[in-house]
Design a protein around this ligand. Structure first.
Ligand code: 5AD
Ligand code: SF4
Length: 480
C-alpha cells in the first residue's frame, strides 16, 4: 500500500485524567503502520496526550513512515519542512511542539534525519515505541538534545504495551507477527523491521476478545510475513497460523477473520485446510507472487517457482472453491526480459485475480537487487506496468461484474459520501455500496448485488435480514 492515512485516530479514553496535551500522528504505508499508530496513541494516553486531527495544535507530532516506495524519504523531509514552520509559529506564540519521526524511514535513516532536520526531537524505529513515554519525557527535559532510538531490543514491545484504549470499530487490525527473514533481494523490510517474531497465542486471543467487546465483528491479523506465524501456545510449543485462526474462531460474535500479508512458502497444509473448515475465515487472500518467471523469482530470492505458486492456488481453491485472490507484482526487476514479463501475464491469466497491486521496480538503497547490473530502462518498465495493469483491471471488473445477481453478507462500517448511503466490505474484500440507515454500521447484512464496477459493487439490502425491532442482526447473520 502506498499513500498516507490521515484519518484521525480514535480518541483515546484517558479515564479521569484531563487530556492536557495533544498528539497528532500521520501514518504512511501498510496496515501494520496504521496499527502501530493506534498503539502509539495508547501508550501516550497515561501521559495525558489525546489525539488531535490538527498538526498545528499538537504538542507532539509523530510521522509514522514507510520505506517501501521510492521517494519515501523525500516525502518525510517535505513534511518535516512544513512542521518546522508550524513549530516556529507555535514557539512565537509561547508554545512548544515536539517533532518525532517513527517507522521504517526512521529505522533506516535515523542519523541522516537528525543531521538534515536538527529541529526533530525524536527518532525511533518500529520496535521501540513501547518506550515512547520515557523518550518523550527525556526529550521534554533535554530540549535541543535529540533522541535516537533505532535498536532492535531483545524484549518484545508487545509485553510492555498497555491494553488498547479506544475501540477500532467494526473492522479491527491485530498485529500477530512482525519482521521477516526471507530477504527478497528488492525489499527493505528485513532491514527495517528486523527478524521474524510472533506474539504468544494467549496475548493475541485476549486482544481479539477486547476488540470484539469494543464492537469489532471482523479482525485482520497482521504481520509482514503473517503466515510464518509461530507463536507460543498456551501449553508451550509453537502454534501455526491455522491453529491460531481456529482458536480465534471460538470467540463468540467474531464473525470474520482475515490475515495479511502472506508468503507462498509459508502456506502450510493446516492453514490451507482452515480455509475449507473455518466459516469465519473469509474467502479472500492477498498472496503476493511478484513475478511469473522462474528466473526472476530466483533472482528475487523468492524461494518458490511459478508452478509452486499455482499449485498453492489450486489447493486453496480445492479447500474453498469460491476463494478470491489478490497479489503484488513488480515489473522491470533487473534482468527482466520480454519473455519473463510474458510469463507474468500468463500466470495472471491462469490465476484470475479479484484485485492486485503492481509496481515498477525501484532500487532501494542497501538491497542486493539495487546493485545488480542489467537494470531495466524506465520506458520498458512503464510499458510493462501499463500492460499488466490493463489485464489486472479487466480481471477485477470481470470479478465484480460476476457478483451481480448474488446475495452476499456485507459488513457495513462507514457512512457513504451521500446521505443515506452506507459502505462496507463483501467477504471478498470488495467495497460495497448500498442505501441504508446509519444503524447498519457495525452489522453484517445481506446485500443483493445489482452492479459491478471497477472498484466496487453496489446493491440493495435484502429486506428482513436487518429490519428487526432493535436494529440488531438476526441470529442467522452471526457468521458468514
Ligand atoms: N520496488 C518495487 N516494488 C517493491 N515492493 C517492495 N519493494 C519494492 C521495490 N524495491 C512491492 C512488493 C511488495 C509490496 C509491498 O511492495 O510487491 O510485495
Ligand atoms: Fe519483503 Fe515480503 Fe520478501 Fe519479506 S517476504 S523480504 S517482507 S517482500
Amino acid at each position: 500500500m502506498d499513500g498516507s492515512q490521515t484519518a484521525p485516530l480514535p480518541i483515546a479514553a484517558t479515564g479521569d485524567r484531563p487530556a492536557s496535551r495533544r498528539v497528532y500522528v500521520k501514518t504512511w504505508g501498510c496496515q501494520m503502520n496504521v496499527y502501530d499508530s493506534t498503539r502509539m496513541v495508547d501508550v501516550l494516553a497515561p501521559l495525558g496526550y489525546a489525539p488531535t486531527a490538527a498538526p498545528d495544535d499538537a504538542d507532539l507530532v509523530i510521522l509514522n513512515t514507510c520505506h517501501i516506495r521510492e521517494k519515501a524519504t523525500d516525502k518525510v523531509f517535505s513534511e518535516l519542512g512544513r512542521l518546522r514552520a508550524a513549530k516556529e509559529a507555535r514557539a512565537t506564540r509561547g508554545g512548544d511542539m515536539l517533532i518525532a519521526v517513527a517507522g521504517c524511514v526512521a529505522q533506516a535513516e535515523g542519523a541522516e534525519i537528525l543531521e538534515r532536520a536538527p529541529y526533530v526531537d525524536l527518532v525511533f524505529g518500529p520496535q521501540t515505541y513501547h518506550d515512547l513515554p520515557d523518550m518523550v519525557t527525556k526529550a521534554l527535559r533535554s530540549r535541543g538534545q535529540a533522541i535516537l532510538n533505532t535498536e532492535f531490543p531483545v524484549e518484545s514491545k508487545f509485553d510492555f504495551l498497555p491494553e488498547e484504549q479506544a475501540p477500532q470499530g467494526p473492522s479491527a487490525f491485530l498485529s500477530v507477527q512482525e519482521g521477516c527473514d526471507k530477504f527478497c533481494t528488492f525489499c527493505v523490510v528485513p532491514y527495517t523491521r528486523g527478524a521474524e517474531a510472533s506474539r504468544p497465542v494467549d496475548q493475541i486471543i485476549a486482544e481479539a476478545r477486547r476488540l470484539v467487546a469494543g464492537g469489532a465483528r471482523e479482525v485482520t491479523l497482521l504481520g509482514q510475513n503473517v503466515n510464518a506465524y509461530h507463536g507460543e501456545g498456551p501449553q508451550g510449543g509453537p502454534w501455526g497460523l491455522g491453529r491460531l485462526i481456529r482458536a480465534l474462531a471460538e470467540i463468540p460474535d467474531l464473525a470474520r477473520i482475515r490475515y495479511t500479508t502472506s508468503h507462498p512458502r509459508d502456506m502450510d497444509d493446516d492453514l490451507i485446510a482452515a480455509h475449507g473448515e473455518v466459516p469465519q475465515l473469509m474467502p479472500f487472500l492477498h498472496l503476493p507472487v511478484q513475478s511469473g518467471s522462474d528466473s526472476i523469482l530466483r533472482s528475487m530470492n523468492r524461494k518458490h517457482s511459478a508452478d509452486d505458486y499455482l499449485r498453492i492456488v489450486d489447493r486453496l481453491r480445492t479447500a474453498r472453491p469460491d476463494m478470491a485472490l489478490s497479489s503484488d507484482f513488480i515489473v522491470g526487476f533487473p534482468g527482466e526480459r520480454e519473455a519473463d514479463f510474458a510469463a507474468t501475464l500468463r500466470l495472471v491469466n491462469r490465476v484470475g485475480y479479484a484485485q492486485a497491486y503492481s509496481f515498477k521496480y525501484s532500487p532501494r538503497p542497501g538491497t542486493p537487487a539495487s546493485a545488480q547490473a542489467s537494470q531495466v530502462p524506465e520506458a520498458e518498465k512503464t510499458d510493462r506496468l501499463e500492460a499488466l495493469q490493463q489485464l489486472l483491471n479487466a480481471q477485477q471488473l470481470a470479478f465484480n461484474r460476476s457478483c451481480r445477481g448474488r446475495v452476499m453478507p456485507v459488513l457495513f462500517d462507514r457512512a457513504g459520501k451521500r446521505p443515506g448511503q452506507v459502505l462496507g466490505r463483501t467477504p471478498f474484500m470488495q467495497v460495497a455500496h448500498a442505501e441504508g440507515p446509519p444503524r447498519l454500521l457495525g452489522q453484517i447484512v445481506d446485500l443483493a448485488v445489482d452492479e459491478g464496477h471497477a472498484n466496487s459493487v453496489a446493491g440493495r439490502i435484502v429486506t428482513g435480514t436487518w429490519d428487526t425491532a432493535d436494529g440488531q442482526p438476526t441470529a442467522a447473520q452471526g457468521a458468514v
